[in-house]
Design a protein. Structure first.
Length: 405
């Protein structure tokens, strides 16, 4: 058989050097017919091994008949039915080769995202202990997002899975992105809602959230991991590439390190699916997204009550002091990811850093001094201090009693 090197040389001599068939045949020591075939052939010669007969060949009609009747029949059962007495490996290889011919293919549609179209959202709990103060540690949650078109990753650690914390972390991710994907894909989550027999049921808080942003949302049915497969794989990437060897001082430090790593590494690497960097597609992706509204949704936890004489308010399991001048008045409590703020008639009467450690009492020294000062004033009133109790006009009583004493 003519080798590829001889084929290439014959064509070079004939086409480039313009040599005749007889001259080429004499120079290379081949027949003139071989030279003519090489010149006519535009593809190099390929060696094909002669297929040897197999012991399975004579049983193939029976194997095909069994597979046609039952495409999922195991090879061991087929061996028994056809009376196979040789090694099972060679039979399994032939059955594996023939089986796809009798099974109806079930193709999956390849997902193709358009710029700005959607983002997948989920909660991820990193397997690391985060210090939260007073020598306590907790396993906290991170709300994560992944843009479908650019594969840009987002994330923000939150204290709890309560509605206001999940939505506050969600809003922080959108602020980092600087735009709003037109649709969000979610699992059934207490803060978001649920897919009940195909019917979308959103919580009131999330409905207000997405309505303010102008985006749509879809909650996946249960046991459907393919719906957010890209984000599930991204969580695995976070655990393999971001977490190893890192230490965190608190949730704020986690967020700083995580977002820096996302910007410098995760969103700047060549993505295995896209074969390009996510940040190379980000500008086109954001251009098709919705803009953040001028007034962002208020996702804080709100509560109102009349302040008691102990001038503390409770959020979760912790008590926070309030300035005692608000005692007996109605106050409004607003809690975000980091702080607990109390106001009274528009005036701020408390501002505490939110405690992630349970059963703590947090007292502002200013509130303690104000309480002591008020108690001293009440116990030792000043002589010239104005009376706080209104004196009645005695002439009124005289008129009613006719001047009787």
């Amino acid at each position: 058989m003519l080798s590829v090197e001889d084929w290439a040389e014959i064509r070079r001599l004939a086409l480039a050097e313009k040599m005749g068939t007889r001259t080429i045949a004499r120079q290379l020591g081949v027949s003139r017919n071989t030279v003519r075939s090489a010149i006519r052939s535009k593809t190099p010669p390929a060696y094909e091994r002669t297929k040897k007969l197999s012991a399975v060949d004579e049983f193939e009609p029976q194997i095909r008949a069994l597979l046609k009747d039952c495409p999922t029949m195991p090879a061991t059962v087929i061996a028994e039915r056809i009376g196979w007495s040789r090694g099972i490996t060679i039979l399994k290889e032939r059955v594996a080769e023939l089986r796809p011919l009798y099974i109806e293919p079930k193709p999956y549609q390849r997902t193709d995202y358009q710029p700005g179209e959607l983002a997948q959202w989920d909660l991820w709990q990193p397997p690391v202990d985060i210090p939260v103060g007073f020598e306590a540690v907790q396993r906290l949650w991170v709300i994560t997002g992944l843009s479908g078109y650019s594969r840009t990753s987002m994330g923000h650690m939150i204290p709890t899975r309560e509605t206001h914390d999940v939505l506050a972390g969600h809003l922080e991710c959108l602020k980092d992105l600087g735009a709003v994907p037109r649709q969000g894909i979610y699992d059934s989550e207490g803060a978001i809602g649920r897919n009940r027999a195909g019917k979308q049921e959103f919580t009131q808080a999330f409905s207000m959230f997405k309505g303010t942003l102008g985006m749509s949302a879809y909650i996946l049915r249960g046991s459907f991991p393919e719906g957010k497969g890209a984000l599930e794989r991204t969580h695995d990437y976070f655990e393999r590439s971001f977490l190893p060897g890192r230490r965190f001082k608190d949730p704020t430090d986690f967020n700083f390190q995580f977002k820096s790593w996302l910007r410098v590494t995760a969103n700047h690497r060549v993505h295995a699916t896209l074969h390009c960097r996510p940040d190379a597609r980000l500008a086109e992706d954001k251009a098709a997204m919705l803009k953040l509204p001028p007034i962002l949704p208020d996702v804080r936890f709100h509560h109102s009550l009349v302040l008691g004489r102990d001038h503390y308010v409770r959020y979760g399991t912790c008590d926070y002091s309030v300035h005692p001048k608000a005692i007996g008045r109605r106050v409004q409590i607003a809690v975000d990811l980091e702080s607990v703020v109390v106001t009274c008639r528009g005036e701020q009467v408390a501002n505490h850093r939110r405690s992630l450690v349970a059963h703590r009492t947090i007292t502002d020294p200013v509130h303690g001094r104000a309480r002591r000062l008020m108690k001293q004033t009440q116990q030792n009133p000043q002589p010239d201090a104005p009376q706080l109790v209104e004196e009645p006009d005695l002439s009124v009583y005289d008129a009613l009693t006719g001047g009787l004493s």
